[in-house]
Design a protein around this ligand. Structure first.
Ligand SMILES: O=P(O)(O)O[C@H]1O[C@H](CO)[C@@H](O)[C@H]1O
Ligand SMILES: [Mn+2]
Ligand SMILES: [Mn+2]
Length: 411
């Protein structure tokens, strides 16, 4: 009996990426900077949280030692010893610091090419693309056409969008074409249809994702995005761990946006929920349902979407503490033959300038009955995570990365 559980804390980087400077991110460290801010009392918010970052369950597994492996000891991150889990860090081979690159590489497929990006100019989208979108859809025009934060741009342009019927189109440092429209005034299905059309039009530009960002509310003061976001990703260019598992007869239960990130390739079942806590509930139910040979692959998106990009240190700290408090519920479900790995897909340091992701190493830590605590060091690719899951489930080795399963057995 072997089952695997892979939990991705979206954007929970731990610094130390050797190529961070190439991204303008030298020194970025999502975990340590949150911990430092909290230790200084700068992550206090009345009614939400206060004081030093308190992550007893992840620390007991080895999160503090993982951070030490990624950078160096830091007093804001007490590295408790002994720990109960295996722990280390991993750095990314793929050239992008985006969600698909991170997840594909975790699933054994480093992205072998450069994504297309839109320049940080105004307008950002090439004229021929905008002309093609308008011709194909009959829309009267687009708003935005710039790099933006999604919450700021709907506050700025949402009312004009409702009046004019023009969708708000924007991008970021990621390879994305994002479209924000009002859920009822414009219509949700109409937005999805628009995104599917734009998906085809940006294929030649190698854009990783078109993202539908529906919102509700009637004025700038109360516009809020809904949980009906949908990502239209390029399908993985080679088979991933997910395909290997399903081809071998196992099931892959994707929690949250996992299905979208892999363009539904190799995902047997999609289970969505709004918010980290609801996602955690769904992940626990999937753990109960998983059988021999199955993978539960969960993405916890709030860290990134609600707090990292919004540069909300207190919010990020509170979300980590809430996640940590739920972890024993997952640990108590582990039975012989189970493997639980926690990791992240990139950084999004809420103390860093701007609103984009940050290039960082990610933590890799976890446990399973019968697995001894062990240091994993710094893995040279996220693909080691996928290869470890593959080895654990008894699958043949893949093309990229190296399993650390034997290191756990030997420890
Ligand atoms: O500012 P919002 O709309 O949340 O956008 C963020 O979400 C996108 C997809 O994760 C990223 O590219 C980033 O720009
Ligand atoms: Mn992400
Ligand atoms: Mn993001």
């Amino acid at each position: 009996m072997a089952r695997a559980f892979l939990f991705v804390l979206d954007s929970f980087g731990i610094g130390g990426a050797p190529d961070a400077a190439e991204f303008g991110d030298d020194g970025a460290n999502t975990f340590v900077h949150i911990a430092q801010a909290a230790a200084r009392g700068e992550a206090d918010r009345a009614g939400l949280r206060e004081g030093p970052l308190d992550l007893p369950n992840m620390t007991a597994l080895g999160l503090g030692l993982a951070a030490e492996a990624a950078t160096q000891p830091d007093e804001a991150v007490p590295a408790q010893r002994p720990v109960t889990g295996f722990f280390g860090a991993a750095q990314e081979v793929s050239k992008g610091k985006d969600t698909p690159s991170g997840h594909w590489e975790i699933a054994g497929l480093p992205v072998p090419f450069e994504w297309g990006y839109f320049p940080d100019t105004q307008p950002t989208f090439p004229d021929h693309l905008v002309v093609a979108i308008l011709r194909e859809t009959g829309l009267p025009g687009i708003l935005g056409n710039c790099h933006a934060s999604g919450t700021e741009i709907i506050a700025r342009l949402g009312e004009e969008h409702i009046r004019s019927g023009k969708p708000i189109c924007y991008t970021s440092a990621d390879s994305v074409f994002q479209i924000a429209t009002h859920e009822t005034h414009f219509g949700l299905e109409r937005l999805y249809d628009l995104c599917a059309r734009v998906r085809r039009l940006v294929d030649p530009l190698n854009i990783g994702r078109v993202i539908a960002r529906p919102f509700v509310g009637e004025t700038a003061a109360d516009f809020v995005r809904t949980a009906n976001r949908r990502d239209y990703a390029v399908p993985p260019v080679e088979p991933t761990l997910l395909d290997r598992i399903t081809e071998a007869g196992g099931r892959v239960i994707g929690i949250g946006k996992i299905g979208d990130i892999f363009a539904h390739r190799g995902v047997s079942e999609v289970r969505k929920a709004a918010g980290n806590m609801a996602l955690f509930d769904v992940a626990l139910a999937a753990m109960d349902d998983a059988a021999d040979g199955d993978l539960v692959f969960a993405n916890f998106v709030d860290f990134d979407m609600l707090f990292g990009h919004r540069r909300d240190v207190a919010g990020y700290a509170a979300a980590l503490e809430a996640f940590d408090a739920r972890l024993p519920e997952a640990l108590s479900r582990l039975v012989d033959g189970d493997l639980l790995i926690l990791t992240a897909d990139h950084g999004c340091d809420p103390t860093w300038p701007g609103t984009d992701h940050t290039r960082e190493r990610v933590p890799v830590f976890g446990t399973g009955p019968g697995l001894a605590p062990a240091p994993l060091g710094v893995r040279t690719t996220f693909a080691d995570i996928g290869e470890t899951v593959a080895a654990h489930l008894g699958l043949p080795a893949g093309q990229h990365g190296r399993s650390f399963l034997a290191e756990l057995a030997d420890a």
